[in-house]
Design a protein around this ligand. Structure first.
Ligand code: ATP
Ligand code: MG
Length: 260
């Protein structure tokens, strides 16, 4: 199983939208996908139509060792996509886990015990660089960083990258940056165009070719409990996430062949 953390400590940059729709796109291509909602807001769970009453076991129980991934996982409306949901309990985990041994490796160990039921795991991180995101980075093979096309897009990125460096040197030397995905791109706005080319100038090939447009269907879909790819698979946002998934697959180690 390949694990991808979707992370950026900036809020509202498109982490959850990307996690839900990439997970759906990857499942549609034929991969067995596990989505782990690691954000106390639980937006990935809600966006996939998982009601509060279905979250008896969640990523919180997995982190504190009260449940295995296999026990906490539930099916979604997308064939081939399962999710470990999140609840607000997770907001206490950052503090509770401090007392635990191997507190940075809780998710890694839980996923290691999950076996080969899934090909790809995506972890939707909260907007912080706290212990939850660190658990995701320690567990991950690679990192996907959504970056919103706005004036301060690059601000905070150096902090994110130095966290990645720290995780690499202390816990997870293999942690790769899979890529930076530009989100909420507005073709009619010259500023976002400028931001996109600035980001490419600084980050080069790390930036995916595919750009996710600002698309109202992407923001409507979660209120219906559906991935945009199912809510309206022909909207520009859905098409972009399909393209991003194909581009992403090629970048995964040993996965290129399956993308063809
Ligand atoms: P948080 O940091 O709070 O977890 P996030 O990084 O997960 O936020 P999202 O929840 O994916 O970001 O997106 C923030 C808001 O922007 C949501 O209301 C979402 O529906 C909307 N949104 C995300 N991507 C797009 C897009 N490409 N076009 C239009 N709206 C979008
Ligand atoms: Mg989110």
């Amino acid at each position: 199983m390949i694990t991808i953390a979707v992370a950026n400590q900036k809020g509202g940059v498109g982490k959850t939208t990307s996690a839900i729709n990439l997970a759906t796109a990857l499942a549609a291509i034929g991969h067995r996908v596990l989505l782990i909602d690691l954000d106390p807001q639980g937006n990935a769970s809600t966006g996939l139509g998982i009601g509060r009453n279905q979250r008896a076991l969640s990523s919180y129980e997995v982190l504190i060792g009260r449940a295995t991934v296999a026990e906490a996982v539930i099916g979604t409306c997308v064939p081939g996509l399962e999710i470990v949901p999140a609840t607000v309990d997770l907001s206490g985990a950052e503090i509770e886990l401090v007392e635990f041994e191997a507190r940075t490796h809780r998710l890694r160990h839980a996923l290691a015990r999950a076996g080969d039921r899934w090909d790809i795991a995506l972890v939707d991180c909260p907007p912080s660089l706290g212990l939850l995101t660190i658990n995701a980075m320690v567990a991950a093979d690679s990192l996907l960083v959504p970056l919103q096309c706005e004036f301060f897009a690059l601000e905070g990125l150096s902090q994110l990258l130095s966290t990645v460096e720290r995780i690499r040197s202390r816990f997870n030397p293999g942690l790769a940056i899979l890529g930076v995905a530009l989100t909420m791109y507005d073709r009619r706005n010259r500023l976002t165009d400028q931001v996109a080319s600035d980001v490419r100038a600084v980050l080069g090939k790390a930036v995916f070719e595919t750009v996710i447009p600002r698309n109202v269907r992407l923001s409507e879909a979660p209120s219906h409990g559906l991935p945009a790819l199912i809510y309206d698979h022909r909207c520009s946002g859905s098409e972009a996430y399909m393209a991003l998934a194909r581009e992403l697959i090629v970048r995964l180690p040993g996965r290129g062949a399956k993308a063809a």
